[in-house]
Write a protein that binds this ligand. Structure first.
Ligand SMILES: [Zn+2]
Length: 753
């Protein structure tokens, strides 16, 4: 195995040799950068970076030479200078992206065991010996420092290496989105965002590995094989489907994995682009094949027979990984050193009951993890079990996270990420990659979180309060205390609330839900930000504080508009037994909800009318559902959520983190589903009765209030109707599902009308 199981951070400190070294005095260079005779691309890059940043700070650049100066101080960059001088450091740094900064009477030495270490050493040296910070990605706000004419190195003689061996970003959610600005910014924070094939990875000292995914269609193109080998593709609704956003491949077709491997070898591995690891990953789709062979029981190694009915998640996963094993064996024959990275995502998330070929690297995607809680939180039992299962199955694996997908709201996720990293460091995880948006306001308002998380990936044991303090002081200076007040409110309102938080959280909805919960909170945020703008004493600090204030105000304005739209709905008290039937006359007095919109296009009214009536009798909540335009019989899919069905989302106690909300669903045959949030086991004695009509259907549901922990006669409610036949998802007010901030406030009337 190439990667050590457990990496510990060590910091060596000795102060015996040289106490300090002058780099510039009075704006004149007193040092030169010395490179080896045959410097690598990355060593040269590190030297150029040091010269550039010294010029930014002091106004004078440093010369780069290949022989030490006799008159000036020498800053040596590159591991060759360290081979004989600092062998202990190189031993300590082996196989890591760590670095050492050493100083003696011959000068300063910046090096790493791997090329990237030289670059990280440069940035770390500057951070420790000047007041520079790289606070945001945004142009014009990406550096804050005090210009000086005298630069002296006082802090040297240490070595560090990261706890998480590979720390990589997918900025702006597009895997191959890469802008040089993004890549340089992430590099300065000692992480890697250089994913694109055209990115300067070699120059930065990173490998040419790729972890591409959603690419099954590329190496078995429909255009090439569609007519001659239709069996290579998914049978969906009786037809072979083109792979991509709606379908994967048929994983049992004879010869398909081998044909795929041949194309992959030719078009990827032998394309001239070197790599040690290359990605083959399932599509961004749960569409799997329903051909006869793909539905047949699977004979597992050891003889066990696995059927789809017994465990569909395991069945589909086994089918995929057995297909991938076939492709991996073909690839190994020709390229034994190359490894294949594959995402454990969608139907491939569950660890399969079959061993994997040793040239496969699994990249587990915990997309269903509630980021309000760490892996040990009560709502995260499923992702934790899956993580542990992959850890048992793999000798080394990677994780694909979603830490910053909703960063347009300043979610204080670093506290959770810290705990998760402290758990993951004990596992066989060598790489953590995460999506993070640095656009749509996130590049300003969540800049502190991004900076802190980069630090935690290097060493998750750092004190978050100290990191916040460092960021706020260096970035906002005289305005630091006021900015801290704002970020403390954001943090405290978020963690005091039981609502779950997923990658799709909406910034405006979150502002309404957390910061406009009461007028005092809103006012305190505004006062802190206004005071910060007034107190900021550095032009960039002032611009950034102003930007954050204007983002806050724009969210508040939009949230208030949408909150008027979502004014509280009163649920009438109706004590009339006729409410138990679809025809019951009492339903005339229930509140009727008809404003349903398309989930994907929230401004679009639904094509086919649907409605829900709601009432309560003091002990039960009653719902009457009506959906038109559905002709029976309807196709019965295996999973509830792809059938003709309704869903109810109900949040009753926002202080309870273990019950973010209840989720109930039923189909047109009256079959029920109930859970807490995403599939957490919950039993509740609710009932549903269904009536099918000529081209519509009705249902009455009775949900006992006992056991729902309703506080103060208030709750939050939301509905979704899915029609497979009409290919529609209709939601109340067009609001997102599984998001408490997007649910509507309801009030249970105490008196009869
Ligand atoms: Zn099939």
């Amino acid at each position: 195995m190439r990667f050590p199981l457990l990496l510990l951070l060590f910091v060596f400190c000795t102060f015996s040799l040289a106490a300090q070294m002058t780099v510039t005095r009075n704006g004149i260079p007193e040092a030169v950068i010395v490179l080896p005779e045959k410097a690598t691309l990355t060593e040269l890059f590190a030297a150029e970076q040091l010269s550039y940043w010294v010029k930014e700070i002091t106004g004078c650049a440093l010369d780069i030479a290949h022989t030490p100066s006799r008159t000036k101080n020498n800053i040596h960059i590159g591991r060759s200078f360290a081979e004989s001088k600092y062998p202990d450091d190189l031993h300590f740094l082996k196989d890591s992206e760590g670095f050492a900064v050493r100083m003696d009477n011959d000068g300063l030495y910046l090096f790493g065991a791997r090329p990237a270490g030289c670059v990280f050493a440069v940035y770390d040296l500057l951070e420790k010996n000047t007041d520079i910070i790289w606070p945001t990605l945004a142009a014009g706000m990406d550096r804050i420092f005090t210009p000086v004419r005298d630069l002296t190195i006082r802090r040297a003689n240490y070595a560090e290496k990261p706890v998480i061996q590979e720390r990589a970003w997918g900025i702006n959610n597009g895997y191959y989105y890469n802008d040089p600005r993004t890549e340089y910014f992430c590099l300065r924070l000692k992480t890697n965002a250089a994913n694109a094939k055209e990115a300067p990875r070699k120059r930065f000292g990173f490998t040419d590995d790729d972890y591409e995914c959603h690419n099954l269609h590329r190496y078995l193109p429909w255009e090439k094989y569609g007519s001659e080998h239709p069996e290579y593709y998914c049978l969906i609704d009786g037809k072979r489907a083109k792979p991509g956003y709606h379908a994967n491949l048929c994983f049992t077709a004879p010869g398909s994995a081998e044909e795929f491997a041949g194309n992959f070898i030719r078009e990827r591995l032998e394309s001239g682009l070197e790599c040690g690891i290359a990605g083959i990953g399932v599509e961004d789709s749960n569409g799997t094949c329903s051909c006869k062979e793909c539905l047949a029981p699977i004979r597992l190694p050891g003889g066990r027979i696995l059927t789809k009915e017994e465990n569909e998640a395991e069945f589909r996963s086994a089918q995929y990984y057995m297909w991938l094993n076939r492709a991996a064996r073909e690839i190994k024959k020709k390229h034994p050193r190359v490894r294949i990275a594959t995402i454990a995502y969608m139907f491939a998330t569950t660890p399969p009951p079959v061993p994997l070929e040793d040239n496969i690297i699994v990249v587990y995607c915990p997309i269903n993890k509630n980021l309000k809680q760490d892996f040990h939180g009560s709502t995260n039992k499923i992702p934790l079990e899956t993580l542990k299962a992959w850890n048992r199955l793999c000798s080394s694996f990677a994780v694909y996270e979603y830490y910053g997908c909703a960063a347009d709201y300043p979610r204080p996720v670093s506290y959770i990420i810290q705990k998760d990293l402290q758990l993951m460091r004990t596992m066989k995880i060598y790489r953590i990659y995460s999506e993070w948006i640095l656009k749509n306001n996130a590049e300003y308002i969540s800049a502190m979180e991004f900076w802190i998380v980069c630090r935690l990936l290097w060493n998750p044991d750092q004190d978050i309060e100290a990191l916040r303090e460092e960021y706020l002081r260096k970035t906002f200076r005289a305005a630091a205390d006021e900015m801290k007040k704002f970020y403390d409110i954001v943090r405290d309102t978020w963690y005091a609330d039981g609502a779950s938080s997923y990658y799709y959280d909406n910034a405006v909805k979150s502002t309404g839900y957390y910061l406009l919960k009461d007028p005092e909170t809103e006012k305190a945020c505004r006062n802190a930000l206004n005071a910060a703008v007034a107190k900021a004493d550095h032009p960039i600090s002032k611009r950034l504080a102003s930007k954050i204030l204007s983002i806050f105000e724009s969210y508040v304005e939009k949230a208030k508009k949408s909150m008027i739209k979502t004014a509280k709905v009163t649920i009438p008290l109706i004590a009339d037994l006729s409410i138990a039937s679809v025809e019951g006359g009492a339903w005339a007095n229930a509140v009727e909800i008809t404003d349903f919109y398309n989930l994907a296009v929230p401004s679009k009214k639904t094509g086919v009318p649907v409605s829900v009536r709601v009432a309560h009798d003091g002990e039960n909540i009653w719902f009457k559902f009506h959906a038109e335009g559905v002709r029976f019989p309807v196709e019965k899919s295996s999973g509830m959520f792809s059938r003709e069905h309704w869903e109810i989302f109900l949040q009753t106690d926002r202080a309870n983190a273990s019950i973010p909300y209840y989720h109930l669903a039923f189909d047109s045959d009256g079959e029920k589903y109930n859970a807490i949030a995403f599939g957490i086991k919950w039993t509740h004695p609710w009932k549903v009765a269904v009536r099918k009509n000529a081209d519509s259907w009705d249902a009455v549901a009775m949900v006992p209030m006992k056991g729902l922990n309703i506080r103060g006669n208030s709750a939050k409610l939301h509905f979704l109707h899915h029609s497979k036949q009409n290919k529609t998802n209709e939601v109340w007010k067009g609001n997102q599902v599984h998001e408490p901030g997007a649910m509507t406030d309801i009030f249970f009337a105490k008196e009869k009308e």
